[in-house]
Design a protein around this ligand. Structure first.
Ligand SMILES: [Zn+2]
Length: 495
């Protein structure tokens, strides 16, 4: 029987170029499975509705930088031109519906469903004309958009970029808060690890003829890189939720670049890179400035590990981002898996990220106590709720054995990340339903961030200390059922 050691996430503290590929002892594993060449995508085959309206769907040309951060987007009133007969203003509007192909796990979180078509929601569509100013509009919940104020009888290009800009009142619209980029790792020996160089923002273009105001449906297909749009939509929602959850710490999230490509597999498969690794740098076109992100994470787009279609994995990596932003991230990383006991600080980091992911997905209307992903062509799932309710039960995972804490193992015993995730799930959903934010409060607390007990670095002991410090009425009777065997001593070190 095969044994699966899931190394799906690494909050790295070692050179990314080092040998820490997925450690899968399955005989049919293959992390270097056939890759999709982005340049072979059928980017020219946009929806036929569009072509009926005299639209020339152009190749999005995945090989060339399409740096859509030039800050030339304007939303003011149309520019009017005066002539002897009085002012004339551009009045043309272009309308369409932006859709994308997508795959999602089934309701049981055991397998991926077939390809579906869904709207691209709240994304900017920019109309680029020969005039100096461009105009944009955001898609609505159906994917519909209308861009007005365009010069009549002139060809234009519609462009969609996989990014979220700072459009808040008082914000800087040139600032890209979040983006999905296509790039690769480049070794820079003088720095701690590597310089992560992204080559381009994922973007798509569509040429529109001068007489076409209704372009119909514009479909971004899986082969065009629609996975990038799925990642952006989920990351945007999860980060917004985290900012609300951790509102007690008024911190503006760092900007984040998510590196993803169906044509390249990151050496870590999927991982979050902490601040110490330096920014993600998106190289500008010749003569243009680079674009840097404060933080970076990698997601596999390989056919054998299509993490863009597994929301659990995306949200897990964002759990590391959340911990790094609002709490404190242990300064260690490396290979780890569901079926292994690891350093308590690493188990804390990974377990929290998985708990965060499943809670976030549940909040976003996807009832998912089950972590689900695919690695080496093997779908797998782990049911946190089942482990939290009865850690000795069977049927909580697919062919995985989740190591549990040893009641006699002490506070600093190596732990399984699945046990930590299930313990947090139980605390957050079952033991104390009247305090839904208790886990969040403790995770982001001054106690966790500044004091250390148990194993070196932030770990489960520090979290439980913070919980008991914040809620002194939580005692052995109320907490013990959720500890699934972990021998917490109820002797917290409080600030
Ligand atoms: Zn992780």
């Amino acid at each position: 029987m095969w044994r699966l050691l899931i190394v799906f996430v690494v909050a790295c503290a070692e050179p990314i170029g080092a040998a820490r590929e997925v450690d899968v002892s399955s005989p049919d594993s293959d992390v270097s499975a056939p890759e999709v060449d982005a340049t072979d995508s059928d980017a020219t085959e946009h929806d036929s509705d569009a072509t009926e309206h005299d639209v020339d769907a152009t190749d999005s040309d995945a090989t060339e930088p399409d740096l859509a951060h030039d800050g030339d987007v304007e939303v003011d009133t149309p520019d009017c031109v005066s002539d002897p007969t009085g002012p004339t203003c551009p009045t043309r509007c272009v309308r369409g519906r932006l859709l994308r192909e997508a795959r999602r796990p089934n309701a049981e979180a055991t397998a991926l469903l077939d390809l579906a078509v869904v709207p691209v929601v709240d994304l900017e569509v920019t109309a680029v004309t020969s005039a100096s100013a461009t105009r944009w509009a955001a898609t609505d919940t159906e994917g519909d958009f209308e861009i007005c104020g365009l010069a009549a009888d002139a060809p234009l290009t519609l462009r969609v970029t996989c990014e979220v800009r700072d459009r808040d009142a008082g914000g800087d619209p040139d600032r890209v808060l979040l983006a999905v980029v296509d790039g690769q790792e480049v070794d820079v020996p003088q720095r701690r690890g590597v310089r992560i160089v992204a080559q381009r923002l994922w973007s798509w273009s569509l040429s529109v003829g001068p007489a076409s105001d209704e372009i119909g449906t514009w479909l971004i297909r899986e082969g065009d890189g629609a996975g990038a749009l799925a990642i952006l939509a989920e990351a945007r929602a999860v980060i917004a939720r985290a900012a609300t959850l951790f509102a007690g710490r008024a911190i503006t999230p760092p900007t984040l670049g998510i590196v993803w490509s169906p044509a390249r597999t990151p050496s870590c498969l999927s991982c979050y890179l902490p601040a110490a690794w330096g920014p993600l740098v998106l190289q500008g076109a010749p003569g243009a400035a680079d674009l840097a992100f404060d933080r970076a994470l990698f997601l596999s787009g390989a056919p054998s590990a299509p993490h863009h279609w597994t929301p659990s994995l995306v949200a897990h990596e964002l759990g590391h981002f959340a911990m790094d932003t609002w709490s404190v991230l242990p300064d260690l990383g490396g290979p780890h898996g569901w079926d292994a006991r690891v350093d308590p600080a690493l188990a804390w980091s990974e377990g929290f990220a998985t708990f965060f992911a499943q809670r976030a997905l549940s909040t976003l209307q996807l009832p998912m106590p089950r972590f689900f992903s695919i690695q080496s062509n093997i779908p797998y799932w782990v049911d946190l709720d089942a482990i939290a309710r009865d850690p000795r039960t069977d049927d909580t995972s697919l062919s995985l054995t989740i190591p549990l804490p040893s009641p006699s193992g002490g506070l600093t015993q190596p732990l399984g990340e699945g046990a930590v995730a299930a313990l947090l799930w139980g605390l957050g959903s079952g033991v104390d339903p009247g305090r839904p934010d208790a886990v969040v409060v403790a995770v982001a607390s001054l106690r966790v961030r500044t004091l250390d007990r148990g194993a070196p670095g932030p770990d489960l002991v520090d979290f439980l200390d913070a919980l008991v410090c914040a809620y002194p009425d939580l005692d052995q009777d109320s907490l013990s059922p959720a500890l699934i065997g972990f021998p917490y001593d109820f002797a917290p070190l409080c600030p």
